[in-house]
Write a protein that binds this ligand. Structure first.
Ligand code: ADP
Ligand code: GN1
Ligand code: MG
Length: 368
C-alpha cells in the first residue's frame, strides 16, 4: 500500500506535510512523516524475517512499558528515553493492511541523531554505557515472557549447520567459486562456534534479556549534548546472552571501516575503540555480569563477527533473499569485510583480553 495512505491510518497529531524513506537498516523499511510540530517514524515490518508480527509487537510493547516505568521512577523523560508507539485509528498496536503488510509507528525523538560510525572513542564509549545500562535496566525483566522473534538468532553453530551448509549445497557453482576463500575460512572455524551456547547450556553464563542487534546506529544520541538518549530497534529483544550484545557492538562500531567497505586494507578492529566500548559497557553492566561472561567478552566480538560474515555469505549463496542489497555482490563484499575483521581480531585477541582484564569492575560470581 502507498506510504501516504498508511500515514492516514495512525493517530498522528498536527498537519501532514511530507513522508520520506529514511535510515540504513537491512531488514525493515523506515519512513519519517513530518507533521509540522511533530515528526513520526513509520516502519514496515519485514514479515519474511519476522514471521509473527503479533508476538513481535507484544514483546516490544512489554519491554517499552517496563522501561517507561523505570525511567519515570528515575525522574527521566520516557518519551525521549524509550520508544513511544502511536496506535492506529482503530486503537491497534500496529496496522495490518488487507494485503498483509504490517506497519507500526512511534514518535520521532526531537533533536536526536543516530550514527553509522563514531567520530571518537569517547563517543563510542557513550554507546557502550547506553547498551550496558539497557542490559542493567532489563536484568529483572522475566526473560521467559518474551517470544523468540527469530529462533536461534545468535546460535552460531545452528546457523552454520542449518543455514550456511544448506546454502552451500544449493548454491550455483559460480557463486561458490567467487566465495571459495571465505567458505574455507568459515569451515575452518567450526570448532569455536558452540562456545557461547555451550556456556549457556552448562549454566556457566545466564540467559538474559538482550537486544541482539547492538549496532551503533541503534542508539539515539542527543544532538545538543552529544549524550545517549535511548536504545532503539527493539525487534530482536529476546532471551539471549550479554555476550551477543557486547560482541555485535564491537563488530560494527570498533571497525575502522564501514561494514561494506570494499578495500579490505581499510578494515581493522581498533583497540582504542574496543577499550572505550568495554569501559563504557562495564561501567554500567559490570556489576551484573559474572566472571565467565567477562572472560568471554573479547571472544564474543570475534564470534559474532564470524557469525555475521557467515550470515552475509549464506545470503549471497542463496541469491540475496534476506538482507537488503544495493548491488548483486553486496553480501559477498560484506562477508569478505567481516571475515577480514575476524582475522584482525584473532591477531589482537590477547591484547583485547588484557584490556578487558585491566578494567576494574566487580563480578558477581553466582554462576561459577
Ligand atoms: P532498522 O531496523 O531499519 O535498523 P531502526 O528502528 O533502527 O530500524 O530505525 C532506523 C533509523 O531511524 C535509526 O537508525 C534512526 O536514525 C531513526 N529512528 C528510529 N527510531 C527513531 C526515533 N524514535 N526517533 C528518532 N529517530 C529514529
Ligand atoms: C540487520 O536491521 P538491521 O540493519 O538493524 C540484522 C542484524 C545484523 C545486521 C548487520 C533482524 O540489522 O542481525 O547484525 O543487519 N537484523 C536482523 O548489519 O537479521
Ligand atoms: Mg536499526
Amino acid at each position: 500500500m502507498d506510504i501516504k495512505n498508511i500515514v492516514t491510518q495512525f493517530r498522528f497529531e498536527g498537519e501532514f506535510r511530507n513522508v520520506e524513506e529514511f535510515g540504513s537498516g537491512h531488514i525493515n523499511s523506515t519512513y519519517i512523516a513530518d507533521f509540522g510540530e511533530k515528526r513520526y517514524v513509520i516502519q514496515k515490518i519485514n514479515t519474511n524475517v519476522f514471521k509473527n508480527p503479533d508476538a513481535l509487537m507484544d514483546n516490544v510493547f512489554s519491554v517499552t512499558r517496563y522501561l517507561k516505568n523505570i525511567i519515570i521512577e528515575n525522574g527521566g523523560e520516557p518519551e525521549r528515553e524509550t520508544l513511544k508507539f502511536i496506535r492506529t485509528n482503530e486503537g491497534k498496536e500496529y496496522l495490518k493492511t488487507p494485503d498483509g503488510e504490517c506497519y507500526r509507528a512511534y514518535i520521532f525523538v526531537d533533536n536526536s541523531i543516530c550514527y553509522d560510525s563514531a567520530d571518537t572513542p569517547e563517543m563510542f564509549k557513550k554507546s557502550g554505557a547506553a547498551f550496558g545500562q539497557f542490559q542493567k535496566l532489563l536484568s529483572a525483566f522475566p526473560a521467559d515472557t518474551l517470544f523468540e522473534t527469530i529462533p536461534h538468532f545468535h546460535d552460531t553453530f545452528y546457523r552454520f549447520e542449518n543455514e550456511f551448509l544448506v546454502s552451500l549445497e544449493n548454491a550455483d557453482e559460480s557463486r561458490k567459486e567467487n566465495a571459495k576463500a571465505e567458505i574455507d575460512f568459515i569451515i575452518s572455524r567450526k570448532g569455536e562456534m558452540k562456545r557461547i551456547t555451550d556456556l549457556l547450556e552448562n549454566n556457566r553464563i545466564p540467559v538474559r534479556v538482550t537486544h541482539n542487534d547492538t549496532k551503533l546506529n541503534n542508539v539515539l544520541f542527543d544532538k545538543n549534548t552529544g549524550d545517549c538518549l535511548a536504545v532503539i530497534d527493539l525487534d530482536t529483544v529476546m532471551p539471549g546472552s550479554a555476550l551477543y550484545d557486547f560482541g555485535d557492538s564491537i563488530r560494527f562500531g570498533a571497525s575502522t571501516a564501514a561494514e561494506d567497505e570494499k578495500d579490505l586494507s581499510k578494515v581493522e578492529m581498533s583497540l582504542d575503540y574496543f577499550k572505550a566500548y568495554a569501559e563504557g559497557y562495564l561501567s554500567e553492566a559490570g556489576d551484573t555480569l559474572n566472571s565467565c561472561e567477562k572472560d568471554n567478552l573479547a571472544f564474543s566480538a570475534k564470534l559474532i563477527t564470524l557469525e555475521c560474515g557467515m550470515r552475509f555469505l549464506t545470503d549471497y549463496l542463496n541469491g540475496n533473499v534476506y538482507f537488503k542489497v544495493d548491488y548483486p555482490e553486496h553480501n559477498l563484499i560484506r562477508a569478505k569485510n567481516q571475515l577480514k575483521l575476524v582475522s584482525d581480531m584473532e591477531n589482537k585477541m590477547s591484547k583485547m583480553e588484557e584490556i578487558v582484564n585491566s578494567i576494574q569492575s566487580p563480578a558477581l560470581d553466582t554462576y561459577d
